[in-house]
Design a protein around this ligand. Structure first.
Ligand code: ADP
Length: 254
């Protein structure tokens, strides 16, 4: 499986040893017309970001830090579901790579035993009518050991190495790009519904009591479902159901 078998993903490939963030390189390439499937892989990010401008620890050689350019024909309103699609593809890829214990935390993290293995950051450019391009940034901790983690994530992060699964980063990237391309083509052909159904299977958020921190509003409830738009549905104590479009959801210990 060490030979790239994808049709488009990774066929236009950029490797950069050190950058601020792989997404910023990919955005620049996309703005200059880089084709769909363009992949930017970096060895280290010196200003890696999560959502809401939070820092993403991306040390040299210790992860798969990469971005993919997409140019889908679907409407911009569908774009947020790309994050869910990526998470589904990653779970499938990880199973092929021998890691079977990963689950998805809504909306954009992959966790193993409550610790974050992957972060996904989706950025879109275009108008209300049409997507010009989407850049999907994916950060996967592969080689970091517990004592290499900085203080701010030492209790919240994990890696393939910490989970006892050895990965060859090149092989892993191939498998991931294959699964991503497959999932993306399925979405283009059939829409998001079946992918969201798979997301539900892999979710660790559904069925759990959670705390929702939406802008200006923190409350508790139970995550009962994902709607067709990829929003998380929260049932509150009074029986009302709330849809979370954006925000932070933490799973409360049982
Ligand atoms: P979330 O969406 O879960 O809040 P973000 O996507 O915003 O997370 O990612 C940033 C957060 O992820 C940081 O605040 C930090 O707690 C955590 N983090 C940063 N780097 C890493 C890493 N390499 N592995 C796991 N977690 C990390």
């Amino acid at each position: 499986e060490s030979v790239l078998t994808t049709k488009t993903f990774g066929r236009n490939y950029h490797y950069v040893p050190s950058v601020e963030s792989s997404n910023s390189v990919a955005r620049e390439l996309a703005a200059q017309g880089a084709p769909e499937g363009t992949v930017v892989v970096v060895e280290e990010q010196v200003a890696g970001r999560g959502r809401l401008n939070r820092g993403w620890f991306s040390p040299y050689g210790k992860g798969l830090w990469f971005s993919i350019v997409l140019r889908p024909s679907f409407l911009p309103i569908e774009a947020p579901k790309c994050t869910l699609m990526a998470a589904v593809a990653l779970i499938k890829a990880f199973r092929r790579l021998g890691l079977n214990t990963a689950g998805i935390k809504w909306p954009n993290d992959i966790l193993v035993n409550g610790r974050k293995l992957v972060g996904i950051l989706t950025e879109m450019n275009g108008t209300m009518e049409a997507i010009a391009y989407i850049v999907m940034g994916i950060g996967i901790n592969t080689g970091s050991t517990q004592d290499e983690l900085p203080e701010f994530i030492k209790d919240v992060a994990t890696s393939f190495a910490m989970e006892g699964v050895e990965v060859d980063r090149r092989e892993a990237l191939n498998v991931i790009l294959e699964e991503m391309e497959k999932q993306y083509n399925k979405v283009l052909a059939e829409g998001f519904d079946s992918t969201l159904a798979e997301w539900k299977e892999f979710s660790i958020t559904l069925g759990k009591d959670v705390e929702v921190r939406a802008p200006g509003n923190t409350y508790e409830g139970k995550a009962v479902d994902l709607d067709r738009d990829g929003n998380l549905m929260i049932e509150r104590a009074d029986g009302s159901v709330d849809r979370v479009v954006a925000g932070d959801v933490s799973i409360r210990p049982a």
